[in-house]
Design a protein around this ligand. Sequence first.
Ligand code: ADP
Length: 460
Amino acid sequence: MKKLISTNPAKDYEVIGEVAISTDEEIIEKVAEANKAKTIWKETSLKERIEFLKPIYEEFKTRANEIDLLTAKETGIALTESKANTNGHLNKIKWFLDNVESALSDEITSEDDKSIHKIIYEPIGVAAVITPWNHPFGMFVWGVIPNLLVGNTVVFKISEECPLVGKLIEEIMGNHNLPVGVFSEVYGAGDVGWKLVNEKIDLIWFTGSTKTGQQLYKLAGEKFIKAVLELGGSNPCIVFEDADIQKIISKIYIKRFKLCGQTCDALKRLIVHHSIFDEVVEKLKKEIESKKTGDPENLETDLGSLAAQRQLTLLEGQVKDAVDKGAKIITGGRSLKNVNGAYYLPTLLTNISKDMRVWNEEVFGPVLPVISFETEEDAISLANDTIYGLGSIIFTNDQKRAMRVAFKIESGTVEINNTTHWLSCNPFGGYKKSGMGREHGIIGFRELCQLKVISMDKFR
Ligand code: ADP
C-alpha cells in the first residue's frame, strides 16, 4: 500500500503520521457511491440538509483545538494564526447554514392573472472538491459545506501536504450519519486529483495554482461540465501621497505576511507614491523587524515556517533572481539560521524592475517588493501589470480618486483604506488568471446550482 508521509516543515521535517494513498479502485468506488447518492441528497429537503450539517458544525467547534494544532504541525502556520483562522472558518459555516435558504429560495420573475414564471435552484450532481494546503480546514469549509447544502454530493481531496487534517475532517464528517456517498474523501497528490476529475463527476470546485486550474478548466471543457476555480493572485496595493501612513502600516504588514505570506489573496506588490516612498519603507521595516519568526507552536510566534521544503526552494530562487537583477534587501532576505525547517525571514525588497520574478510571478512567501510611482496613471498601470486579478488595495484620503482607481483596477475585490472585503456575504474570486466563478455570498451558492425556469398557468 502506498502512503503519504506527513511531515512537520517547522521541525526539521519530522514525520508526524501517514495516510494510505487512495487506489484507482477506491476513487472509482467513491465516485460511484457519490453518483448513487445524488438523487437521495437532491430529494432531501434543504431544511433537512441543514439539519444534517448542524451537528457537524457543532463537532467542528468543539474539536477546533485539534484542528488548530494539526494545522500548525502539518503546515508550519503559527498556532495563533491557525486558531484565528479556524474560528473565522467556523463562523463561515454558521453563515452558510443561516443564509442558504434565502439564497436558494424561488425567485418570481413575472406574474399576471394567468401565469407565473419563476427561477428555481437545483443541485448539479457530484462535485469533485480539490484544495491546497494553506488553509486546510478553511478550504474544506469553503468547498464542501456549500456544495452539500445546495444538494451536491462531494468527493473531496485535500492537499498531499496536510493529509492528517484530512483524516480528522473525515472522522468528524463520518460521525453524523450522512447518507452513504454524500461525502467521501480520497488521499494523494495531483495524480489522485487527476484520476478523480476524470471519473463521472458533474462539477469541479478547485482552489490551487493557476497551472493546475488551467489543466482542470481544459478538462471541464472537454467533459462539458462546470468548474469553479480560485487560483493564484498577485494583489497590488497602491499608496497615494495623501494616505495616512501611520494607519496603513499594520494593514500592509498583515495583508502581506499573514500565514507567512502564503495566501492567494495576499498583498504581493506594493506601489508607493515617490514622495512618501522612503517613509513607508522605513516604517514597514520597523514593523517587520518587531515580529518574531520561529516555532509555530509557541504562542509568542508571529510567523511560523513555510509549508514545505519545495516552497522554500521556490522562494529562495525568486529572491535570488531579484537580487541578481539589482533589487535591494531592506530587511530579511534569508532563511532562519540555526534552525532546521522551511523558515524564511519576512523580507522587504526595493529597486524593483518589471523583469524580476518577484514582480511577475506569484510569490507565496513572506517577501514584499516595493516600487514607486509618479502619476495616478502609472500606479494603475503598475497595478494591472500582472496575469492575475484576484484583489487589490488602495490607500488614499481622496474618495473621488479612490473610486476612479477602483473602477480601473482589474480585480475581483478592491479594498479602499482599512475596510476588508472579507465578509461572508461578499463574493470572492478573480479576474484574469485568478479564476473562474465566485465563492461565498448568495452568488457563491448559486454558482454550485443548476438554474431552472418554470413557467406555468396559474392553478385555481
Ligand atoms: P500548490 O502548488 O499550491 O499545492 P497545486 O495546484 O499544485 O497548488 O495543488 C492544489 C491541489 O490540487 C492539491 O490538492 C493537489 O494535489 C491538486 N492537484 C495538483 N495537480 C492536479 C491535477 N493535475 N489534477 C487534479 N488535482 C491536482
